[in-house]
Design a binder for this molecule. Structure first.
Ligand SMILES: Cc1cc2nc3c(=O)[nH]c(=O)nc-3n(C[C@H](O)[C@H](O)[C@H](O)COP(=O)(O)O)c2cc1C
Length: 231
């Protein structure tokens, strides 16, 4: 039998060393499948009525540590937060992980190289809808939305206006043709809501359904038999 000379390793020692170094490696880098993936969602809020939709989105997403939110608010959104809710703009900003100025056209989220999983504009005013539909990207909200469309990422608009004239309808069509998903805040009366909050939460849940995020807000339809009360 060949004996190792001084300074040489036995095959057993080599195997032990390999095992030790692979153990060290495993401690430092988890396999790709086990890495915690942060979902990066951009939330835009513009000056339509219904800022509560954006606020509830942020509140719900705040509960999930695997989701990181980037918030951009227009000046009119800030005005409507004061008009329609008990929150201040600062309260709402505190609900997001990152806050960007709508004027900061050089922000990370203005670039397609920024890895994000999609964007929701809630509420979406007709003005912002018009800018998105026409790629008029002179604010961060619209630039980030346009980036979503060009990168073929998910862009969900919650447009709010009523009634609608043909010009509004044409903008909705154009935004949809460019790839945006239109999710206007239309009440789901089949859930027999007891409060406005229930209606808002149901819609927020339906918007998050579009990102495969289910915080349990949606009262899912159970079929006609279970819901009919006249038989
Ligand atoms: C109290 C209030 C409610 C408004 N509601 C709506 C609305 O429901 N839909 C809409 O398109 N614009 C609405 N507006 C008008 C927009 O705020 C306005 O067009 C603004 O310029 C939109 O700018 P932005 O898209 O940059 O936020 C409302 C304005 C105020 C002050």
């Amino acid at each position: 039998m060949l004996m190792p000379e001084e300074g040489e390793f036995t095959s057993c020692e080599i195997v032990l060393q390999l095992l030790a170094s692979s153990h060290r490696l495993m401690q430092h880098s988890k396999p790709y499948s086990e890495q915690v993936k942060l979902v990066q969602l951009i939330i835009g809020m513009s000056g339509a009525s219904g800022v509560i939709y954006g606020i509830r989105l942020l509140q719900v997403l705040q509960q999930d540590s695997s989701i990181e939110t980037h918030l951009v608010m227009s000046d009119s959104a800030k005005l409507n937060i004061a008009v329609e809710t008990e929150f201040s703009s600062k309260d709402v900003q505190a609900m997001a992980d990152h806050v960007h100025s709508n004027k900061d056209i050089g922000a990370t989220i203005a670039s397609g190289s920024f890895r994000s999983d999609g964007m929701i504009i809630a509420p979406c005013s007709i003005k912002t809808l018009s800018a998105v539909a026409n790629c008029y990207a002179d604010s961060l909200i619209v630039r980030a939305a346009d980036v979503m469309l060009k990168e073929r990422r998910r862009l969900v608009l919650v447009p709010r206006e009523t009634p609608l004239h043909t010009g509004h309808c044409e903008l909705l069509l154009r935004a949809s043709q460019n790839g945006a998903i239109l999710a206007p805040p239309m009440p789901a009366h089949y859930i027999k809501p007891q409060s406005v909050e229930e209606l808002v939460d149901h819609h927020v849940g339906r918007v998050l359904d579009l990102f495969d995020i289910d915080p349990g807000l949606v009262k899912r339809w159970q079929g006609t038999r279970e819901n009919a009360n006249n038989e």
